[in-house]
Design a protein around this ligand. Structure first.
Ligand SMILES: Cc1ncc(C[n+]2csc(CCOP(=O)(O)OP(=O)(O)O)c2C)c(N)n1
Length: 341
């Protein structure tokens, strides 16, 4: 039984957002999504070799939200996210080699081998922090927005959260506080309908998450999370509002993760979701759908796609080789960043 149907417009949903956008911008979004997909597929392929000493939460199927959102952010805007980090980290411009070193627990990982996949960070590009604690990043991002507002900084804070994160008390507190103080923050909710293996309908009364958020007195929209341009446009609107001093916004993007909650492969056969449900969403894969749109629009062709695939594959092979050749942390590294009287 399919519980959660795709209700977007598929390939027909791109046209109204694409009008007037430069081809280079559209191609850049496609490239960024394809790159994230291929990086994660390679992580997944190698995961069983047990060289990556970290749990992983793949975003395969959810690339459009990170990429569309980050395309609307500037370098000084800050992004926070949860345990499902790879998409936001890479879309915000995080360094691939430093990410793979972190996954391989190498000394030059982006979190100094202390964090693993769930704690990626790259402050140089505004990827300000990620947290394995469900709801952990939300109040931290809200605090960063308070700081930005108090210091009159020209920046917006965005925090990615899952549907289950709306069930954490601290998320309600954060939305309330952000609305009260009119903070420059965007709550970007990726609703993939599941918390590990628990469907939304067993966790919340029948309601729509954006309507729940709207009750906190902030604009709250529902978008097709498969549509990278819808994610871009919704973020752009929310960022403009925040920068104009008008306060927070909430975006609910309906998405679907194609893989298991954690680790490599799909786990639908354990019975918590119907494989037909996943297959239905795979037919509107965000990467392939946008690619098909660009081909139809005459902006991409098979030769260009081949060249892009080749270029991305080389970058990935190079970055994995770099990570595997990088030094392990030493005992002395253990004492760095440790404070003792
Ligand atoms: C406070 C807390 N409770 C429970 C967990 C275990 N846990 C890890 S991820 C997860 C599900 C989170 O679901 P959601 O926020 O919807 O994000 P998704 O994994 O679907 O991207 C849970 C319950 C945790 N890490 N932290």
């Amino acid at each position: 039984m399919i519980r959660y149907h795709y209700t977007g417009d598929g390939i027909g949903g791109f046209g109204r957002f694409a009008a007037g956008q430069p081809p280079a911008f559209l191609l850049g979004l496609h490239r960024s999504m394809l790159r994230i997909r291929r990086i994660e597929e390679e992580i997944e392929r190698r995961y069983h070799e047990d060289q990556m000493k970290t749990p992983i939460h793949l975003v395969i199927g959810q690339e459009a939200t990170s990429v569309g959102c980050c395309a609307a952010l500037g370098d000084t805007d800050l992004l926070y996210s949860s345990h499902r980090t790879h998409g936001t980290y890479l879309a915000k411009g995080g360094d691939l080699k430093a990410m793979l070193c972190e996954l391989h627990c190498r000394a030059n990982g982006c979190a100094g081998s202390r964090g693993g996949s769930m704690h990626l960070i790259d402050k140089g590009v505004g990827l300000a922090g990620t947290s394995a604690v469900v709801g952990g990043a939300v109040p931290i991002a809200t605090g960063a927005a308070l700081a930005a507002w108090m210091k009159q900084e020209d920046r917006v804070i965005v925090v990615f959260l899952g549907d289950a994160t709306t069930e954490e008390g601290v998320t309600s507190e954060s939305l309330n506080f952000a609305a009260l103080k009119r903070l420059p923050i965007v709550f970007f909710c990726e609703n993939n309908f599941y918390s590990v293996q628990s469907p939304l309908e067993t966790r919340q009364p029948p309601r729509e998450l954006h309507k729940w958020a709207a009750a906190h007195e902030m604009p709250a929209v529902l978008i097709d999370g498969v549509n990278v341009l819808a994610a871009f446009e919704a973020t752009r609107t929310a960022v403009a509002r925040a920068k104009a001093g008008e306060g927070p916004s909430f975006i609910e993007a309906r998405v679907y993760r194609f893989r298991a909650h954690a680790g490599a492969g799909d786990d639908s056969r354990t019975g918590y979701r119907d494989e037909a449900e996943r297959q239905q969403w795979e037919r509107v894969c965000p990467v392939r759908l946008f690619e098909a749109y660009l081909v139809e629009a005459g902006l991409l062709n098979a030769t260009a796609i081949d060249a892009l695939e080749h270029e991305i594959a080389e970058e990935i092979a190079d970055a994995f080789a770099y990570a595997l050749e990088s030094p392990n942390p030493t005992e002395a590294d253990l004492y760095r960043h440790v404070y003792a009287e």
